[in-house]
Design a binder for this molecule. Sequence first.
Ligand code: SAM
Length: 257
Amino acid sequence: MAVAFNRLALTRLPTLTRSTVAPACRHHNSMTADLINNMDKKETWDRFYQENNGVRNFKNFEWFFGFDAVRDLILPLLQPQQSSDAAGRVLDMGCGTSALGPGIFRHSPWPVHVTCADISPVAVRLLKEQSKSRPVQPGHPSSSLTFLEMDCSVLQTQFDLGSLDLIIDKGTTDALLRSREGRAKAGQILRQCLGVLRQSGCLLQFSDEDPDARMLWLEGESGGLGERAAGIGVQEVGVLRGVCYYCYLITPPSRAH
Ligand SMILES: C[S@@+](CC[C@H](N)C(=O)[O-])C[C@H]1O[C@@H](n2cnc3c(N)ncnc32)[C@H](O)[C@@H]1O
């Protein structure tokens, strides 16, 4: 898996279109104070997805933006190294009802096993039912798509150490960092991710948090600076109504002795 980001290198990508992000902003604006303060709680998200969806009128909810806005960042990372036939293992962590995981499954020309995981059983059920009622065709015949209800702060109970190639976090860490009691859990999730990633793997965090704050947090929570530090990079995804969105790329520290 090729990791192309430089530490603190900001590369401008095209400005996000209003239509890709506006629905998420509208939802965001209408969230109650309860949701804003308690975005680390399963019950909050269960209620949120329940109120925003019904099986008959299901619509994917996208935090910030959807798959199309970031597909060019994600798909190149899935290309197998050398001539390996092994499918890449991808986790959409805190998937909600986003179409990101199904989008990767559909558009990756290379074999991928995509797991969409969320703490909210309501979100997982809605996404699973949608994929049954409107099946998505894989971009490669060996690809698979699965849905999992789980608390990602204990990823290592579900995934073997060094077993995943790519973890995508679109708004999940942001949600935890912005809730009253979520900061410690966000750090725990970051460390769990670094453990379950392959040495060549990476974690992408999509966020609107400024690099001055997020880079400091990432360095602190992933073990600080030095030779055995995690690799941390950032790239601008785009700007919408004056808000800049970023992609933070984190790679595991060397496990060599
Ligand atoms: C801001 S939403 C983003 C949802 C989705 N990634 C998107 O882009 O629309 C945050 C998601 O993280 C999930 N979440 C919060 N804490 C979690 C945890 N500990 N483990 C797994 N998912 C979690 C919530 O249920 C919610 O779906």
